[in-house]
Design a protein around this ligand. Structure first.
Ligand SMILES: *[C@@H]1O[C@H](CO)[C@@H](O)[C@H](O)[C@H]1NC(C)=O
Ligand SMILES: *[C@@H]1O[C@H](CO)[C@@H](O)[C@H](O)[C@H]1NC(C)=O
Ligand SMILES: *[C@@H]1O[C@H](CO)[C@@H](O)[C@H](O)[C@H]1NC(C)=O
Ligand SMILES: *[C@@H]1O[C@H](CO)[C@@H](O)[C@H](O)[C@H]1NC(C)=O
Ligand SMILES: *[C@@H]1O[C@H](CO)[C@@H](O)[C@H](O)[C@H]1NC(C)=O
Ligand SMILES: *[C@@H]1O[C@H](CO)[C@@H](O)[C@H](O)[C@H]1NC(C)=O
Length: 495
């Protein structure tokens, strides 16, 4: 497992040959580097049990970040999620948490009576994620520590009921917390709270999941680790939803598949707004596009299992799926895209391809994309910088992210990048209300045609079409449900 040590910066690292850098020379760089541990469930793919592929997201794998809450410190291991914005933890009252052998115990249980620094807030969370995970309970504040950083009055929610054993640490936009969306009261979530506490300069962080075989990757708040990527970081605008930055999504403009005999580019449903979501185990893209990729790679999608099967031998082939973002590209090789089915009755010789058809309007580049990328999420500037991962990184080369524009060291802005797209492939030059209206129409239409094949799909479809109307007439009010649906990994339905 990778250590969490933070290398002192060598003076030389401050003078790379790029003029536009914000260089911040200090004795101790304002960065926080943490390992994140990959948890692979014992039975990640419960073949016949799965009727809704999105269930895979919460059940198959995720990345845990350790932190503590309370005084004295209570320990937690929480799933790192760039697709949502709240921290919540389980309490002993939560359904999976009673008894000494409860699955919850491995991830931490919060007991407010045992903390001298706990305070109530007066609002509650009632959140349901795209993968089906839910949590209900009050917001509180308490002391949080993560590594050497301390936040005195961090707001988070404590679940009195939840269907998940592990809590979540959402590190998306502050405007997208449950409280902000539903009670219209913003609070400083983790990235902003780390800035406010002085631990980092700017609400920005880098995520390196490491490869499929690795058990841990890292999240680096306030910095970039040059050792963990190849080539140059390419900067792209985050795509706003209704003119507002709510979701860590960029415009996917091309997908191509390269095999030994062929190379094909696909434009079905593109450009498309896609969330770069660590909380999603799979990549989820529109069916028309995914079908083309299955054909090119020789995968078959089994409707009953909700599972794309592929010959395990394909994993050894020099084939690639390349994702383009206005010219910046990330290449995903077969070794990162194909994995074993672990069920005893899994068909012999068959493996699983980590790419599934999306729910309408919820398009995600999840872990099967992110393990091949290095991603800098610059919330402060509404930009994402990307490069191909380096799976043999060697010694850390950590550079601090400063304040102001162009503050990500070594990153180059992609010229004329698409800055507006919807989850349904409608792109406009300027974004704003026109995009919104089109997105609303397309989303509700395609959702209806799918039919409510599960309770959550039915409800989200309804919520989507209802609030989209509201949006079209009142662009400044927040159309919660539709926003959430398009935002991808965020909330799907919650009242
Ligand atoms: C989290 O803490 C536990 C022990 O409390 C440790 O076993 C685990 O390796 C830590 N994980 C990370 C990602 O730091
Ligand atoms: C658990 O539920 C009981 C009874 O409703 C309540 O008194 C207690 O405060 C709850 N504990 C936590 C940690 O939420
Ligand atoms: C919570 O902490 C209080 C005070 O230390 C203790 O009396 C109580 O038993 C704890 N509750 C649980 C569920 O551990
Ligand atoms: C915390 O600070 C100490 C001393 O400055 C340092 O040695 C250690 O690596 C830091 N730990 C983390 C997790 O950053
Ligand atoms: C796949 O990508 C790798 C790494 O970028 C490259 O070396 C290889 O040539 C590519 N294969 C094909 C068939 O394009
Ligand atoms: C939470 O929201 C769900 C629907 O989104 C609702 O059915 C449920 O009653 C809510 N729970 C509470 C305790 O408010």
């Amino acid at each position: 497992m990778r250590g969490s040590s933070l290398l002192p910066l060598i003076a030389g690292l401050y003078f790379p040959c790029i003029g536009a850098l914000s260089l911040h020379k200090r004795d101790v760089p304002a960065v926080l580097d943490f390992p994140i541990e990959r948890i692979q469930a014992a039975h990640p793919l419960r073949k016949r049990d799965i009727v809704d592929v999105s269930v895979l997201n919460t059940e198959s794998s995720y990345y845990l970040l350790n932190l503590t809450l309370g005084t004295p410190a209570q320990k937690f291991s929480l799933a790192l999620d760039t697709g949502s914005s709240d921290i919540w933890v389980n309490t002993a009252n939560s359904s999976l948490c009673s008894g000494s052998d409860a699955p919850c115990n491995a991830y931490g249980l919060y007991n407010y009576s045992a903390s001298s620094t706990y305070e109530t807030v007066g609002t509650s969370i009632n959140i349901t994620y795209a993968g089906g995970t839910n949590a209900y309970g009050p917001y509180v504040t308490d002391k949080l520590t993560v590594g050497n950083a301390t936040i005195d009055k961090m707001q988070f929610a404590i679940a009195e009921s939840s269907n998940a054993a592990q809590g979540i640490v959402g590190i998306g936009y502050q405007v997208s917390t449950y409280q902000s969306e539903y009670d219209h009261k913003e609070y400083a979530n983790l990235p902003q709270a780390l800035v406010d506490s002085g631990a980092i300069n700017s609400a920005a962080y880098s995520v390196w999941l490491n490869g499929l075989e690795a058990t841990s990757g890292s999240v680096l708040f306030g910095g970039v680790n040059k050792a963990q990527y190849q080539g140059e970081l390419q900067t792209l605008p985050i795509v706003p939803v209704y003119g507002e930055y709510m979701s860590l999504a960029i415009a996917l403009t091309g997908v191509s598949v390269e095999t030994d005999s062929d190379s094909n580019s696909y434009t079905q449903n593109l450009p498309l707004s896609v969330s770069l979501d660590t909380g999603s185990a799979f990549t989820e893209l529109p069916e028309a596009l995914v079908t083309k990729i299955y054909e090119a790679l020789g995968a078959t999608y089994d409707e009953n299992d909700g599972m794309p099967y592929i010959d395990c031998d394909t994993r050894e082939k020099d084939y690639n799926v390349t994702y383009s973002f206005s010219g910046a590209t990330v290449t995903v090789g077969m070794s990162q895209l194909i994995f074993d089915g672990t069920e005893p009755d899994f068909p012999k010789g068959d493996c699983v391809l980590g790419l599934v058809p999306s729910e309408p309007g919820v398009n995600l580049l999840g872990d099967t994309f992110l393990r091949s990328a290095y991603v800098v999420y610059d919330l402060a500037n509404n930009e994402i910088s990307l490069a191909n991962t380096n799976l043999n990184p060697g010694d850390d080369e950590i550079l601090e992210i400063g304040t102001g524009t162009d503050s990500v060291p070594g990153a180059t802005l992609v010229p004329s990048a698409v800055s507006s797209a919807t989850g349904n492939g409608v792109a406009t030059a300027t974004g704003g209300v026109r995009t919104v209206t089109e997105a609303a129409t397309a989303t509700s239409g395609s959702t209806e045609s799918t039919g409510g094949s599960s309770a959550s799909r039915g409800s989200s479809a309804e919520a989507t079409s209802t609030s989209s109307k509201g949006m079209a007439v009142a662009p400044t009010s927040k159309p919660i449900h539709l926003l959430s649906g398009l935002a991808g990994a965020g909330l799907l339905l919650a009242l």
